[in-house]
Design a protein around this ligand. Structure first.
Ligand code: SAH
Length: 270
């Protein structure tokens, strides 16, 4: 109806939502309110954009597919508080995107699964992002909120929870999308928080720790940094971490401790 002869493009991960109740629920989950500015990524047919525009001050929405130009321009012709930008949000610099806003803004998006993680990490360190509400594949959402010691707990869990407080606000069945995808989804809410250690070092330690999930933390760090096991053992001991544990048993604060004491091993790095 609204879409006339529009052909869904698999390449752009197009699964649209037309259910107004669901769209309103997503906007409620995001907590955005009157006066807020919002960045949406992946306007699609503009259904979520429309509900956002009714609730908040200003919506900027990026859409990569030029075949949606006529539909979107017609739909928002008379809405002064909507700006549609036809561009790839992943390849647009953070600076350029943020130039659309006066100050802080929220992100709300139902976008293709393959760009969710890179997009989250593109924005999460920005001081101007107040919250990120994003639709992800259900299994990915479960990894995002996994508890320490479970098989879902991994690099994504540790990095994301280091940068923000993460929660799932609802599960969305695959039948809610057009066309129907092969997986169920979940709405995830991320509130960026302050972190007090070197992010690059933190990320490096986390990646090396999880390199081989079945290996001990001692072996992974020794192999990953090419540093003798005795040196790594001293570093772990200093932080009260049992060298026989696996990465999935380490809490975020264990990884923060390792980051803060990284100088224990820096002299031995080649
Ligand atoms: N938000 C809409 C559409 C969801 S489908 C709804 O809920 O109905 C995801 C949309 O993201 C598609 O329209 C697709 O063309 C767009 N998209 C995919 N990759 C993108 C990118 N890198 N930048 C901007 N938009 C993108």
């Amino acid at each position: 109806m609204q879409l006339n002869n529009f052909k869904f493009n698999k390449k752009f991960g197009q699964n649209f939502i037309f259910d107004t109740n669901l769209l309103c629920a997503i906007v409620r989950d995001s907590g955005v309110k009157k006066g807020d500015d919002v960045l949406e990524i992946g306007a699609g047919a503009g259904t979520l954009t429309d509900v956002l525009a009714d609730v908040c001050n200003y919506v900027v929405s990026y859409e990569i597919d030029n075949n949606l130009t006529d539909i979107l321009n017609a739909k928002f012709k008379n809405k002064k508080n909507v700006k549609i930008i036809f561009a790839d949000a992943l390849n647009t610099s953070l600076q350029e995107i943020e130039n659309n806003f006066k100050d802080k803004y929220h992100i709300v998006a139902n976008l293709p699964y393959y760009i969710t993680t890179p997009l989250i990490f593109k924005f999460i360190e920005s001081q101007r992002v107040e919250s990120i509400t994003i639709m992800v594949q259900k299994e990915v959402a479960q990894r995002m909120v996994a508890n320490v010691g479970t098989k879902d707990y991994g690099i994504l869990t540790v990095l994301l929870n280091f940068y923000g407080d993460v929660s799932i606000s609802r599960i969305v069945k695959r039948q809610s999308f057009t066309p129907v995808p092969n997986v169920d989804s979940a709405v995830v809410n991320i509130k960026p928080k302050r972190h007090e250690c070197n992010c690059e070092v933190f990320s490096k330690i986390v990646h090396k720790s999880f390199a081989m999930r079945r290996k001990t933390i001692l072996n992974n760090l020794s192999t990953g940094f090419s540093v003798d096991k005795n040196i790594i053992a001293t570093w772990l001991k200093k932080n009260n971490i049992d060298e026989k544990l696996r990465a999935e048993d380490l809490t975020i604060s264990n990884f923060v401790d390792l980051t803060k004491t990284f100088d224990t091993i820096t002299a031995f790095l080649s």
